[in-house]
Design a protein. Structure first.
Length: 204
């Protein structure tokens, strides 16, 4: 994924970010007051789409009250209180929360149930920055899909292997991080009947 920063004259708030989103193709985030354009690879998009399809099937089969989308922005904050505008690859949100304001922008000020980030070369964004922001935002479940095994050995071990991490929020509002590798069946608190392995997603 390529990252292109669009400089502005001043730092933007989350609402200003939504009002100033560019029209050209690409995904955008608000990072430290500046608009950042993300250009995901086709493989990145394929994996995000596959996860979306799997979760939607689960919701239909088990009649869960969730809405799934890859087009939702989240308002998060850094440890210093700076507003960020994040655009996860996949967002799962309670349908009542989603349908409560049908004319509002596709942006959430309240935490969704689950978010997924597919890791690209800028792996620190997902493992460090977004990890801390999503934890602070109290999102119950956060997936980090490192299909390229580009994260550091601190997370992936040695040798490094493609890994899907599921981070679940604990009572002390910190994430517990569990890694799943080739052949492992993924265990998701939000989707307890999910039948999914890492290679199903990473070997598309």
């Amino acid at each position: 994924m390529r990252i292109i920063r669009k400089p502005t004259d001043s730092s933007l708030s989350f609402h200003q970010f939504l009002e100033n989103l560019p029209d050209e193709a690409g995904n955008y985030e608000l990072v430290n007051g500046q608009i950042v354009r993300r250009l995901p690879t086709r493989k990145h998009d394929d994996i995000a789409d596959a996860i979306t399809d799997h979760l939607r099937r689960q919701i239909r089969q088990h009649q869960q009250n969730y809405h799934v989308s890859g087009r939702i922005f989240l308002r998060t904050e850094t440890s210093s209180g700076v507003q960020q505008g994040r655009h996860p690859d996949v967002v799962v949100v309670d349908r009542h929360l989603w349908e409560g304001s049908p004319m509002a922008p596709s942006a959430l000020l309240d935490p969704p149930q689950l978010v997924v980030e597919v890791v690209s070369t800028n792996w620190e964004d997902d493992y460090v920055d977004k990890f801390e922001e999503y934890q602070r935002f109290a999102i119950p479940e956060y997936w980090i899909v490192d299909y390229l095994a580009v994260g550091s050995r601190q997370y992936l071990g040695n040798p490094k292997e493609p890994t899907l991490f599921i981070c679940t929020l604990q009572e002390d509002n910190t994430y517990n991080m569990t890694g799943y590798r080739w052949g492992d069946r993924v265990t998701s608190p939000s989707f307890p009947q999910l039948n999914l392995t890492v290679e199903t997603l990473c070997n598309l």
